[in-house]
Design a protein around this ligand. Structure first.
Ligand code: PLP
Length: 426
């Protein structure tokens, strides 16, 4: 099992047998309020009838078709719907099956773009401290969490990393984007001068760092990264696997922050988690660069057996329908101030070292138990589970990302349960 202490799990397995709306259902029938949207996936809530029905119908119509030199109507429709959902000018979609595949595909597309334009010296990829970009060798190489790299090297050689744009003294407990800290983006210019900017293909960042600890970008930070990339002909990649599909009260973080990347990766919320899928959405100039060779030759030697799988595309179209018809993105935007205020109200509770929140994301950082890093966070998450609320414990961080359909009462229940956990663990 991924990221799971197997022997501990076998002693005390956690098994869910069903899910509905905001809730998981345990084997003994107990309901658990889902404060994690599964794993940042189930933005429209579990078992959405529209999505379930779309998958059922698709399965009876067309079980599988390769995307190598052929396609099917739902693949075309979903690509068009995504184009309309994505920032203007990012009009081309490449389908994959996970966030990790989306990132590795994006990194290859970035290098391929420069190669196609006769600039093959541009191979370096710049990531960021605390960044998480999945578990492929490419994504792992640009990620900024050393623990995940241990034992798996050597990784891609041509990478460098920006530092975390976070200073707790100034930015701790901030609501949304910190006011201070845009100057951290200037570090990219300095790094480029060390690396030689003419050798750099792309900079990849999560607009809001997710798994690494929910770090919203300081105001002006992403704008400066964009300007520096433009100045040096470097592609800017936004990894929106977590921030996409309404999480920040806009379709993608790119729209929420008003900064447009050249390449955008997504997954998770694409199908509401119901069928594995990922996507790489590219700006027109990126697509066009590949379209310059002889028209009878393959432009991109890349792809996967299950790219644009019929069940995933059907689920994706249904997700777009649900978003449009229920106004889910606006709903997330409306409830997010309540969410953020209530999350920040945990300040001052026992062991709370920091809180970071933006959109419908939240993170409570807990002071580690002396000599036992991660133990207190794990105990808090376990307490919450036993009291009917699923929060993701990641070391001493409680990571929160509920389905976007969450109500005010459910927000209260999640936060009250976390409060009780903090009061009760040692
Ligand atoms: N990129 C980001 C920002 C993620 O948060 C994740 C997963 O959480 C991934 C990539 C990898 O996605 P997957 O687990 O679907 O491969």
């Amino acid at each position: 099992m991924p990221f799971t202490p197997m022997r501990e799990f076998q002693r005390n397995p956690l098994i869910f047998t069903g899910a509905e709306g905001m809730f998981y259902i345990r084997a003994d029938g107990r309901r658990v309020l889902d404060g994690a949207a599964g794993l940042w996936c189930v933005n429209a809530g579990h078992g959405h009838p529209r999505i379930v029905e779309a998958i059922r119908t698709a399965a009876t119509r067309l079980d599988f078709v390769s995307s190598f030199k052929m396609t099917h109507p739902d693949a075309v429709t979903y690509a068009r719907r995504l184009r309309d959902f994505a920032p203007a000018g990012l009009d081309h979609v490449f389908f994959v099956n996970s966030g990790s595949e989306a990132v590795d595909s994006a990194l290859k597309i970035a290098r391929g773009y420069h190669h196609a334009r006769g600039d093959a010296a541009r191979t370096k990829l710049i990531g960021r401290a605390k960044g998480y970009h999945g578990m492929g060798f490419g994504g792992l190489s640009v990620s900024g969490i050393g623990r995940y790299k241990r034992g798996f090297g050597p990784l891609l050689a041509d990478t460098a990393h920006l530092s975390l744009p976070y200073d707790r003294e100034v930015m701790g407990f901030s609501n949304g984007q910190p006011e201070e800290g845009a100057h951290h983006a200037d570090e990219l210019e300095a790094l480029l001068q060390v690396q030689d900017p003419t050798t750099v293909a792309a900079v990849i960042v999560e607009p809001v760092i997710g798994s690494g600890g929910v770090y919203p970008p300081p105001k002006g930070y992403l704008e400066t990264l964009r300007a520096i990339c433009d100045r040096h002909g470097i592609l800017l990649v936004f990894d929106e696997v977590v921030t996409g599909f309404g999480r920040l009260g806009a379709p993608f973080a790119a729209q929420a922050f008003g900064v447009k990347p050249d390449i955008l990766t997504c997954a998770k919320g694409m199908t509401n988690g119901a069928v594995p899928m990922g996507g790489v959405i590219v700006a027109n100039h990126v697509y066009d660069a590949f379209m310059s060779g002889p028209p009878d030759l393959v432009e991109l030697f890349h792809g996967y057996t299950y790219s644009a799988h019929p069940l995933a595309c059907a689920a994706g179209i249904a997700v777009m329908d649900v978003f449009e018809e229920t106004g889910l993105v606006d709903q997330a935007a409306e409830i997010s101030p309540v969410w953020r205020a209530r999350t920040l109200a945990l300040k001052g509770k026992p062991f709370v070292a920091d809180i970071r929140t933006i959109g419908l994301l939240g993170l409570v950082e807990i002071e580690p138990r002396p000599g036992e890093p991660g133990a207190r966070g794990t105990a808090c998450a376990q307490f919450c589970l036993e009291h009917g609320v699923l929060v993701r414990g990641s070391g001493d961080m409680l990571v929160l990302s509920p389905p976007l359909i969450i109500s005010q009462d459910q927000i209260e229940l999640i936060m009250a349960t976390i409060e009780a956990a903090l009061e009760n663990v040692r």
